[in-house]
Design a protein around this ligand. Structure first.
Ligand SMILES: [Fe+2]
Ligand SMILES: [Fe+2]
Length: 265
């Protein structure tokens, strides 16, 4: 068993393209992702695992997934992916199978377990956990009762107090919190989708949101609004006793500024 803390890196909402010149609201997402990855490499001396919590691709191209794989392969640490609402991989044909090992349903590192929940519901922007996924979740909570656990999902399971963003949250989120009451080994839920940092406690469970590796959304905005905060990632240090130390790291101020003329994404 690892006696040192596990160093888990969370990247999210990369929105990558086949073409490096393509951009999302004025930000060239492939380049921003590479810059965030370079910052991780620079700042993290020992990484146990890198987790990408969805919206890997913006154009659903094979090249965009290969680009993500290529950038992350430069690390010695293993990496895993979760699907986001933008990750409709149905058009990839047989090529989708090559990525299957990157979508595990759980990860074990030392004494810790990361449970990966698929909240993507085909063709929808909001998230949903199917009854099969909830059953699987419960059986894993039972199986790993003795292990401190992090639950990872793409959609946010708690309101971010932003109307447009809460309309596209995880729909059946109460099912998650009802279930978690019986499984105190869960130390935190980490999610993507909101493109903003957050650290709150909801019904006794710590819930952590992460910046996107490209465009940021403005916290608390009623309607769609981008933000000048910078792309970044979350570092989680998971201690053997179940404690978590975590911090968001961002690229230098003003490096990546969005085009504010766009009204949606
Ligand atoms: Fe996203
Ligand atoms: Fe999303």
């Amino acid at each position: 068993m690892l006696q040192r803390p596990v160093n888990l890196i969370q990247l999210s909402d990369c929105h990558l393209f086949a073409d490096d010149a393509s951009h999302l609201m004025g930000i060239r997402t492939n380049s921003a992702f590479a810059h965030v990855a370079a910052m991780v490499k620079d700042q993290e001396p020992a990484i146990d695992h890198i987790l990408v919590t969805g919206d890997i691709s913006q154009d659903n191209s094979l090249e965009s997934y290969k680009y993500c794989q290529h950038v992350l392969s430069a690390f010695t640490a293993p990496f895993s992916w979760l699907r986001g609402n933008h990750d409709d991989m149905s058009g990839l044909g047989d090529a989708v199978h090559q990525f299957a090992p990157l979508f595990p349903d759980h990860i074990q590192i030392g004494n810790w377990v990361i449970l990966m929940l698929n909240t993507q519901t085909n063709g929808e922007i909001h998230g949903l956990l199917t009854s099969e996924e909830l059953d699987r979740f419960e059986s894993q909570l039972v199986a790993f009762q003795e292990h401190p656990t992090v639950v990872a999902m793409h959609h946010h399971p708690v309101s971010v107090k932003s109307r447009w963003m809460d309309d596209i949250a995880l729909r059946n989120r109460e099912a998650v919190f009802t279930l978690l009451k019986g499984y105190p080994q869960v130390q935190a839920i980490i999610h993507g989708h909101t493109h903003q940092e957050r650290d709150i406690v909801h019904q006794g469970v710590r819930v952590l949101g992460v910046p996107s590796t490209c465009v940021q959304f403005q916290p608390g905005a009623e309607g769609f609004a981008v933000d000048d905060r910078q792309p970044g990632y979350r570092r989680l240090r998971l201690y053997p006793d179940g404690a978590i130390e975590t911090e968001v790291c961002r690229l230098p101020e003003g490096s990546w500024l969005p085009d504010r003329s766009q009204s949606g994404y």
